[in-house]
Design a protein around this ligand. Sequence first.
Ligand code: NAD
Length: 517
Amino acid sequence: MAEHTISTLQNFVDGRFVPAISGRTLEDIEPAKGTLLHHIARSGSQDVEQAVQSARCAWEGPWSRWDTEARAALCDRIAQRMEERLEELALAESRDTGKPIQLTRNLDIPRAIANFRFFAGAIRHDTTHSHHQAEALHYTRRRPIGLVALITPWNLPLYLLTWKVAPALAMGNVIIAKPSEMTPWTATLLAEIIEEVGLPKGVFQLLHGLGTEVGQALIEHPQVQAISFTGGTLTGAKVAAAAAPHFKKLSLELGGKNPTLIFEDCDLATTIQGACRAGFANQGQICLAGSRILVQRSIFDAVRDGLLHTLHSMQIGDPLDPQTKLGALISAEHRAKIEHYVQIAQDHGATVHCGGHRPTLSAPFDQGFFYTPTLISGLPQNSPLIQEEIFGPVVTLQAFDDEADAIGMANDIRYGLSATVWTRDLQRAHRVSAALECGMVWVNTWLQRDLRTPFGGFKASGIGREGGSHSLDFFGELQNITIALDHPTPSEQTGALASFGQRTLPPQATPLTRSRS
Ligand code: NAD
């Protein structure tokens, strides 16, 4: 690999890469080594103001005349260019997040590309309704909103950023994106790609920096008309509070603490592999992670032993080694938070079946933020480890007796993002799925996505849905137009009935009785 020179990742404003107006920077750390990867622009309210003015010019300029096909073709060109740079994007994402490159190559970046292709197709094939009355025709059209702010987290950086950028662009909006300050690299590469494919300046802009500084300034700016936010539930509450007085359109995709329900009639081998993947993929740092495994008591020991066997075989270490299954956590602070939770479990006498410590790795990874996969049982339902989102490789195991017991435990939580049910009983699959209080349920699979389906959570897991027409609804304003039709006069109506009778009915029948018979 070529020597990495430490550069400063800049903002992309008004069609140019520029430093923050204050000249200030932040450090972007490589999680697997604990060393400096980049400096990044530390933007503030002045940068937001400049980007908003540029977005406004773009909104009033030629961009507003790009038709559906032009915007769809643009999304296709972005996807094409990302495909050509896939290896570079996969490497950047792996180094910036600490996640295994086999994940960024096979999941994160291909999905980011698919987001652009999908929304290119979605707007090409989009339809809206028309409603017909005798006196009027009503037809509904989608129009872009205007300036939208997109704020994203660090766990799936390009995957989630493009999940918002693609529909927002496809719908014809102007965008200011604020990626996580922890993972700014692939967002910067996306800005390069967007510049290469030739978008009018000001349509897509990128501001780096802290959520409490540039993020807050962005959501409070009166000319930002909509906010699509993905991140933690606590931050989501702050975003909602700032947006409410301005009646900004708001989409919130927030935290999860998702149950995996394993019934005794499941296919055990497939279930154990699925539950393991759901719990530990991306080191458990996925909002959809199955971090609470609920197992029917009769197979509790078999599931526990199967999970332990699989976990012991998972390679942890260098994210750039294609064999690595578990990489580093995002930061030292995040690892400290996870260690704190495990300490609580130990203090309460829970059983830590595996993990619960840092792995021993050789240099340079001995300085990285690694943590061994951890499986814990013996915790009460009200334990913070059951109730709070840990967002790391720590999974709890609980036993249940019957369906009602399982559903009760699964729902007894403030979150409601997703759940997974493992059973071979079809009726049970339907029954249990319908009773679960969450936005998405997988049966005998996990993270099987179709980009047309609604994505989002109940309760503290968010507000609104993304995906397919839901994203187009969010990034557009529906406008209904009603056109009055000529009113027929009473004599014209009589004439019409008479002529209808003449054309179609035998002479002895009257048109009205005939038409109702
Ligand atoms: P976070 O809430 O700390 O940060 C998310 C983004 O918000 C970052 O860009 C951050 O800079 C910004 N931000 C922080 N404070 C802000 C403020 N006051 N105003 C405006 N912006 C602000 O979340 P995180 O730690 O980056 O990500 C992990 C969380 O994201 C987890 O809770 C996870 O469940 C959630 N998540 C949810 C989904 C979903 O689709 N539901 C997907 C991925 C991650």
